[in-house]
Design a protein around this ligand. Structure first.
Ligand SMILES: [Zn+2]
Ligand SMILES: [Zn+2]
Length: 419
């Protein structure tokens, strides 16, 4: 089916650099849009083909290893199945479980197949949670309202009244799915689709027998307050699992809600593992004579005081690093902490500083004298711009060697004229 499907990223309408989260969202959207149940009768066949293509694209792109295989070798790596080196179509049970939260699981909804099925959990719900560095430093408890499907309390997930019996679906003969012939390019292939009459159950209750509370849906939407605890020291990419809090599905263990932490960029601090880094600005006078003051506000609001130097005369240079042990991020499940690296940035005096010649002379006397003597045969006084910009470096040479020759000629003439 490789040629008929086309590019998997196009099938899901995502970019090649899409994140897993984006792929999952695109998949949900595309799968809903192409659900054979949601389209008019005459578009059903096309929808079913698309539906399978979307499922396959998701199976491959959502799995890091398979996605890598696909990116490097294309569909030929999958032998038409979504499983490297394996034949056969995608597992119907997986499709059902992922798409509609159904599947085997001992509910007996699939006569003839139920016996081989092992119980499985309803799908996990995965989502990104953006978090500030401050909150990762201190730890955070997040409370939020979650709307989820809960097994109907009246019919206990049966979908019908207590004494009513479900009718076997005649459209699918109680199978819950149908084999249909679909056209893939020039080939006809047989594929399996969910029965739209019974929604894959293989049976349904007559209107009068449906449970009054859930109206046959077996579950009801309920709002629940949930609490998520993010431990101090948690990192970007960490998963917080709320066990069993995903939508409930009759006959299955409820899946989990899984949050993937995404650390927001911080204005002041950079983090690497348990260590933190920040730039502190001190004045030229402070760099030479020392200081004793708060140099930075930490993530918990504390001012960090540095006294420097311990011995007079130890100056700080631009880019010098002050390492403060134990002031980095907390390390999860321990009392240990990383270190804080403070990078020194020195603010030199600007145009506001108008020292007298006498002051400058005294300064020069007080500071160490330069002993740099560059040996050269001839020396020449040159003009310069004290506010040159490095962005201009190389910009006068757009066409290579010829521009350089022209410059030399003009320069030569100008030199002659002034002499
Ligand atoms: Zn049916
Ligand atoms: Zn009910």
């Amino acid at each position: 089916m490789s040629e008929a499907v086309g590019d998997l990223y196009e099938v899901l309408q995502v970019s090649r650099s899409a994140s897993k989260d984006e792929i999952r969202k695109a998949y949900r959207k595309a799968a809903l849009a192409s659900h054979p149940d949601k389209v008019p009768e005459d578009e059903r066949e096309t929808a079913e083909i698309r539906f399978k293509a979307v499922q396959q694209a998701y199976d491959i792109l959502y799995d890091d290893d398979k996605r890598h295989l696909y990116d490097t070798h294309g569909m030929s790596a999958f032998n038409g199945s979504g499983e490297p080196g394996m034949g056969g179509g995608p597992d119907l049970d997986d499709i059902l479980a992922q798409m509609f939260g159904m599947g085997g699981g001992g509910m007996g909804g699939m006569p003839g197949m139920g016996g081989q099925r092992r119980p499985r959990a309803s799908p996990n719900e995965e989502q990104k949670y953006e978090i500030k560095l401050e909150d990762l430093y201190k730890g955070k408890t997040v409370k939020f309202a979650s709307t989820k499907n809960v097994i109907c309390s009246l019919c206990k997930g049966k979908g019908g009244k207590e004494k009513a019996t479900a009718k076997t679906c005649s459209t699918c003969d109680g199978q819950g799915f149908k084999e249909v012939l679909t056209r893939m390019g020039q080939f006809l292939t047989q594929s399996t689709v969910v029965c739209s009459t019974c929604n894959g159950d293989g049976q349904f209750f007559a209107a009068k027998d449906k449970c009054k509370k859930c109206k046959g849906k077996k579950t009801n939407e309920e709002k629940k307050m949930l609490e998520m605890y993010i431990p101090r020291g948690a990192k970007d990419g960490d998963r917080i699992v709320l066990q069993g809090e995903a939508d409930q599905v009759p006959g299955q263990e409820p899946g989990d809600i899984i949050f993937h932490l995404a650390e927001e960029e911080h204005d002041v601090f950079q983090r690497s593992g348990a260590d933190l880094m920040a730039t502190i600005e001190i004045t030229l006078a402070e760099s030479l004579t020392g200081f004793n003051r708060v140099v930075i506000k930490h993530l918990d609001g504390r001012g960090i005081t540095i006294q420097h130097p311990k011995v007079p005369g130890q100056v700080l240079s631009p880019g010098q690093v002050l390492k403060v042990p134990g002031e980095g991020m907390p390390i999860k499940r321990s009392d240990a902490r990383g270190d804080l690296y403070l990078v020194v940035d020195i603010k030199f005096p600007d145009e506001q500083w108008k020292p007298s010649t006498a002051v400058l002379e005294r300064l020069k006397e007080m500071l160490p004298q330069s002993d740099v003597r560059i040996q050269a045969d001839t020396a020449e006084d040159v003009q310069y711009d004290a506010k040159g910009k490095l962005e201009d470096f190389g910009s006068k040479d757009p066409s290579g060697g010829s521009a350089w020759e022209d410059d030399e000629e003009e320069g030569g003439q100008a030199q002659c004229a002034t002499q």
